[in-house]
Every structure is written in C-alpha cells, then in structure tokens.
Design a protein around this ligand. Structure first.
Ligand SMILES: Nc1nc2c(ncn2[C@@H]2O[C@H](COP(=O)(O)OP(=O)(O)OP(=O)(O)O)[C@@H](O)[C@H]2O)c(=O)[nH]1
Ligand SMILES: [K+]
Ligand SMILES: [Mg+2]
Length: 347
C-alpha cells in the first residue's frame, strides 16, 4: 500500500517536471536563461541538442560510461546529464540535454535553459530523427539563432568602434551588395550608437551581419555537426540524400551503425591537437597527451606543462606533421599539429 502511494507520488512529481518542460513555470518566460548547473570539465564540451525522443540519451549511453534514461516518450531527460568521451588521450565532456520544442527560445519549457547550455559548448551536435520531416532541422536552427547562436559561421568581417564624439564615420572597403550608408546610419541610430567608426570589409555583408556586429557580446559562433539517427527505419535513397548534406553524419544507435564515424567527426570538428612530450633519451609517453586548441604554438604547450616553463625555455625539438624535417629545432612561436611529439630543452 505504502509503496503504491510513493510510486504514485513520484509519478506525479515526474509529471510535474515534464509539464514544466513544456510550459513556462512561475517567473516564467522572461527569466531563466542561465543553463544547467553542470561545471565544465575535460578538454572540450559538446552539447547534444534536439527535439524530444530523437535518441540523444541513447547516443550518450553509447559513447560514454554514463547511463542516461532512455524511453519512447518525450521529455525522458529532465536535466543536463554530463558524460565523458575519451578520445586518444583527450577527455571530452558530452552534455545530454532535455529535448527542446518550438518556441524554446521565447522561454517555452526549459528551452531557454537548454539553449543556454548549448551556448557554453565548443561544438553543438544536433541530433535529428531521420524518419521525421526535413523542417526539423531549420526549426531547431531558428530556436538557436533567436538566442544569438550562429552555427558554422564566422563572425562578420565588419569593424565597429564606439567613440566618445565625432558622429558616425562609415567606410566600405569594396562596394557593398546588400548595404548602403543610409541603412547603416539608421540601424546605428536605432541602437543609439551615434558616435562610432565602421569599416565594412566584406562586400557580401548583410543587415543581419551588421546587427550581429553591434550585438557582438551577445553572439556566439559555434560549430555544429548534424547527426541523423534512426537510419535503420528509412529507405536507402533517403539515407543517401541525408548523408550528402553539409556538416552531416548518419547513424543508427539501435543497430550500432555509424557511431564511431560520428565520434571521429566530432573530434575533427573540435580541432583539438594532441601533443606528446618526450624527455631526452626516453621514448614519448603516448598514453598521456597534452591537449591544445587548433593554431596553438610551442608557447601554449609550455603553458600547459607548467606556468613558468617558458621562462627557462631554450628551444624545442619537434617530430611529426608540423616539422619540416625530424626532429626540427623550433622556437616558442612554432605552430604545432595533431600528434606531434615535442621535447622541450631548458636553459
Ligand atoms: N529505430 C530506432 N530507435 C532508436 C534509435 N536510437 C534510439 N531509439 C529509440 O528512440 C527512443 C528515444 O530515445 P532517447 O534516447 O530517450 O531520446 P532522447 O532524444 O534522449 O529523448 P528526450 O530525452 O525525451 O528528449 C527510444 O525508444 C529509443 O530506444 C535508433 O537508432 N533507431
Ligand atoms: K525519449
Ligand atoms: Mg534524453
């Protein structure tokens, strides 16, 4: 008797939580843009974003040791569930998130919170259901766009500097295709930027690009990998069409198809670099990599090893893709490549 009651209670609690995901709660729509309370860990963070029941939790459970609840009904996942993906010595945090629905950006459900969590990631993996209609992708993109997330896009090539006085000074480096001086004056006036200097370097820049430049502190440029799950349930021609889309992978968590390809693609998109350090006369330790961002130099590698290492730095020896010959003797500004072996020689 007691057990039934408590089960009923917990069912009620779950029902309440699910309702909160769909409707704005007290304090509602305007608030709660702060994401979930999961601290960042590892070398990078990937957010799994998608409509309910596309297989986000199934995917997390496949690629990490974390088990996130999986079920056929919508809103099985009620909060952010972190897992760790180990890849060639790197640790990547994977955030399984509740499903989002249309209107999420305006605060419908916990949509805002989910999207805020996505905004903190280094890569958005958008999980899509291959059996659902094509609009799902643009619907989700619209939700992320509305909160300032720009997917697979570089920041606009427009220089904007606020000034104390002197009015607006607008210059186009090349004749613009979609803008003119009057338009920019009007937009700047709307945003109360009456004194500033503007240089538009990109002839293809649009009004949206210009507004993104003004709003730069509220914009986040993040890479996105689109992953169609459930390909076990679609026709081969349809599968071929999906697989050909840009920035796209296909998989079936159910049949264990394509999962490792998705993981490899995630790694490529993150553009992290593994550097193995080597002491003189000893073989490098390939079980422990230093992880640095794309474009990092020997100086960044030194900083990862120890805060003060570069003060005693004399030169480094590099073996691997970034070396012109092996080993190449290099200075602090040498740019490293994935899987380089580096030996740092101190004074
Ligand atoms: N046919 C098929 N079903 C799958 C596949 N992957 C997951 N599913 C099923 O899809 C349903 C939803 O999976 P979940 O992992 O709970 O989906 P989710 O995106 O985490 O859902 P929410 O947390 O509710 O947003 C479950 O019944 C899974 O068994 C797949 O590759 N093929
Ligand atoms: K589900
Ligand atoms: Mg889930």
């Amino acid at each position: 008797m007691r057990r039934t009651q408590s089960k009923e209670q917990s069912n009620r609690k779950l029902a309440r939580l699910r309702a909160q995901l769909l409707e704005p709660g007290p304090g509602g729509a305007g608030t709660a843009g702060t994401g979930f309370d999961v601290s960042k860990s590892g070398d990078a963070r990937i957010a799994l974003v998608g409509f309910p029941s596309v297989g986000k939790s199934t995917f997390l459970s496949k690629i990490t040791k974390t088990k996130s609840e999986i079920a056929a009904y919508a809103f099985t996942t009620l909060t952010a569930i972190p897992g760790v993906l180990e890849y060639g010595g790197a640790e990547i945090q994977i955030l399984d998130l509740p499903g989002i629905i249309e209107g999420a950006a305006e605060g419908k459900g916990r949509g805002r919170q989910v999207i805020s969590a996505a905004k903190t990631s280094d890569l958005v993996v958008m999980i899509l259901d291959a059996t659902k209609k094509a609009e799902q992708r643009s619907q989700l993109e619209r939700e992320l766009y509305a909160v300032g997330i720009r997917l697979n896009k570089e920041p606009p090539n427009i220089y904007l500097k606020p000034k104390k006085a002197g009015g607006m000074k607008i210059t186009f480096q090349t004749p613009p295709k979609h803008l003119d001086e009057k338009m920019l004056y009007n937009i700047l006036r709307d945003y109360k930027m009456l004194n500033c200097e503007v240089l538009v370097r990109d002839e293809n820049a649009t009004v949206d690009d210009f507004i993104d430049t003004i709003m730069a502190s509220h914009r986040k440029y993040i890479k996105c990998l689109y992953v169609y799950n459930k390909i076990d349930s679609i026709s081969l021609p349809h599968l071929n069409d999906l697989a050909r889309e840009a920035h796209t992978c296909v998989m079936s968590c159910e049949l264990d198809l394509g999962i490792s390809d998705v993981v490899d693609r995630c790694w490529e998109e993150l553009r992290l670099i593994r550097v193995y350090t080597k002491r003189k006369g000893i073989d490098p330790d390939f079980s422990e990599a230093l992880i640095v961002r794309h474009g990092s130099t020997i100086e960044d590698v030194c900083d990862q090893v120890h805060r003060t290492l570069k003060e005693t730095f004399k030169y480094a020896l590099v073996w691997g893709a970034s070396a012109r010959h092996v080993p190449q003797r290099v200075g602090l500004s040498h740019v490293v490549a994935d899987e380089d072996v580096v030996s740092i020689v101190a004074k």
